[in-house]
Each structure stands twice: as C-alpha cells, then as structure tokens.
Design a protein around this ligand. Structure first.
Ligand code: C2E
Ligand code: CA
Ligand code: CA
Ligand code: CA
Length: 278
C-alpha cells in the first residue's frame, strides 16, 4: 500500500499488519545486496525506425535475491527510494552500465546506453560529481550515455533542476523524459524542459487499439515533440497494430516486447550484430 498523505483517514486493513516488518526485512536484505553486488542489468534494445548509426539500449536492474531468485524492480525500487538506498544502488547501475558499454566500445561495438535515474538520485547534491567521476573512471564517452528521468524531477525547485540538467547536457550526456503523459505535465510545459528525448508511456501505447483518446494524445505528443526538436520513443510496443500506428505518425524509436524483451548482458553481446535496426 502506498503511503497516504498526512491527515487522511485510513481504514484498518489486516494486510497492513505484516507489511511493515516485511518492508524492514527487505530493506535489510537490500543493504546486504549492495555489499555483495547482487544486482544485474538487463538491456532492452530501442529500435530506430528511420535507421540509426548505433544501437540504443535501456538498462533495467534486477536483483539476484539469494532465496527468491531474480526480482524485478517493482519488488525493491520503492523500498530503495524510501530508505535512501537508491543512492548506492543508482550509482552501481550507472557505473555498471558505463563499464559495459565502454568494454563494448573497446571491441569496436558502439552502443548508446540509457540509465534510469530516480528523482531522489538526481536531486542528491553529489549526483553531478558522481556522474562525472564515473564517466572519467570508466573512460566512457558522455555522448553515448542517456539519463532517463521522470516529470517528478521538475516538481520542486524547477529552476535549479533545469540548471543541473543543462550542466549535464553540456557534458554531452542526453536526457530522456520517461513515462511521458503520466505526470503533471501539460504539453505546453514541455517547451521549458531541457530534454532530448521523450518516451511516451506504455499506457498510451497500450490504449492505441482501444480508445481514441490514447490515439489523439499519442499523435499530438509526436507532432509537438517534433516541432520542439525533441526525439520521440514509444515504449511498451507489443503488437503490430500499435507499431503501424506509430510508424505512420513518424515516431523515430520504438521499444517493446514486439521487438525485444530486456536481455541479459551476455545475450546482447552475442547477438550484437543481429539486432535489427529498421
Ligand atoms: P520503465 O523505466 O518505464 O521501464 C520500462 C519497463 O517496461 C521495464 O520493466 C520493461 O521490462 C517493461 N517493458 C518493456 N517493453 C514492454 C512491453 O512491450 N510490454 C510490457 N508490458 N512491458 C514492457 P522493468 O524492467 O520491470 O522496470 C520497471 C521500472 O523499474 C522501470 O520502468 C523503472 O521505472 C524502474 N527501474 C528499472 N531499472 C531501474 C534502475 O536501474 N534504476 C531506477 N531508479 N529505476 C529502475
Ligand atoms: Ca525507463
Ligand atoms: Ca518508461
Ligand atoms: Ca513506465
């Protein structure tokens, strides 16, 4: 259950009884997991419809839990954010992603890697230094790194966050606005945000075959982004009908189970040359 705001009534729910101890246990396990580096990154390719020079992938974390097996982020990212453990975890993800892509680059295989950055992580005072340290230490060219942030980054101290993002973009790192359409944003607001890519949330893509609202929103986001010179990525593409709709409206990148699921690093390595880019 999500935390309720202060002063909101809360009905008794027997399931709550065991929720707190469970959360605390997970949190303790996470501390050990960081120590033992029990995490792995899976990589999901993003397909360029117009034909691109280099493969783009998004890094997605999984936890190799000692008894429960491979856990998806839904099972631990919120706990990590609430406890502050997202800072060391997020740093590990960033370093691991840059190291992997730098190794590939050394083998003559160029990929652009996108890393999810929690709002708490981005807004941490050390974030910029951590980022530049990792890029230097892993000898990774900044222009091959993309940071995926969400609209919640801009909820507070808008001007300061915009300055930080501009500073990051000066390094050559690109910024993608993730889950677009699910937050507070109005289309008008997008003009102010210094982003290079916009990812239309899966919920709209899933709605393309079902409701005209999703179609209308998707179409207007695509055309507005193009006028603002922001690249568009459609996420969660699962069917050819969805893909056809997006292709007709000149979406540049698509990502989803129709093309690839997130892949373990070694599989991506082995199939590097075969990953289709239209
Ligand atoms: P997200 O950033 O929106 O990532 C996309 C999620 O959609 C991924 O789930 C991906 O596996 C899934 N997905 C991709 N294509 C399809 C599709 O065609 N259909 C469906 N149904 N799903 C698809 P995943 O890997 O479970 O990650 C969930 C969320 O956890 C991510 O959502 C992101 O918010 C968060 N996350 C993942 N890795 C990290 C990380 O390293 N750091 C942080 N802070 N958050 C992360
Ligand atoms: Ca993402
Ligand atoms: Ca997303
Ligand atoms: Ca999402």
């Amino acid at each position: 259950a999500k935390e309720l705001g202060k002063g909101q009534a809360r009905f008794y729910d027997p399931a709550m009884e065991c929720e707190i101890p469970h959360k605390l246990q997970r949190e303790r396990e996470l501390v050990d997991a960081i120590e033992r580096e029990e995490f792995v990154l899976h990589l999901q390719p993003q397909i360029s419809i117009s034909g691109d020079d280099c493969l783009r992938v998004e890094a997605l974390i999984r936890w190799k839990h000692p008894t429960l097996g491979l856990l998806p982020p839904a099972d631990f990212i919120i706990i990590a954010e609430d406890s502050g453990l997202i800072i060391p975890i997020g740093t590990w993800v960033l370093r691991r992603a840059c190291r992997f892509a730098a190794q590939l680059l050394n083998d003559g295989k160029k990929i652009n890697i996108a890393v999810n950055i929690s709002t708490k992580q981005l807004r941490h005072p050390d974030f910029y230094k951590t980022l530049t340290d990792i890029l230097t230490e892993e000898s990774f060219p900044p222009h091959l790194l993309e940071l995926e942030i969400t609209e919640s980054c801009f909820l507070e101290d808008l001007d300061a966050v915009i300055l930080l993002i501009q500073k990051i973009r000066k390094l050559g790192v690109t910024i993608a606005l993730d889950d677009f359409g699910t937050g507070f944003s109005s289309l008008n607001y997008l003009r102010k945000l210094p982003v290079d890519y916009l990812k239309i949330d899966r919920s709209f893509i899933q709605g393309l075959e079902i409701d005209r609202e999703s179609q209308a929103i998707t179409s207007s986001v695509i055309s507005l982004a193009s006028e603002l010179n922001i690249h568009v990525i459609a996420e969660g593409v699962e069917t050819t009908a969805q893909f056809d709709f997006l292709r007709c409206r000149k979406v540049e990148y698509v990502q989803g189970f129709l093309f690839y699921r997130p892949l373990p690093m070694n599989i991506l390595l082995n199939s590097f040359g075969q990953i289709k880019v239209f």
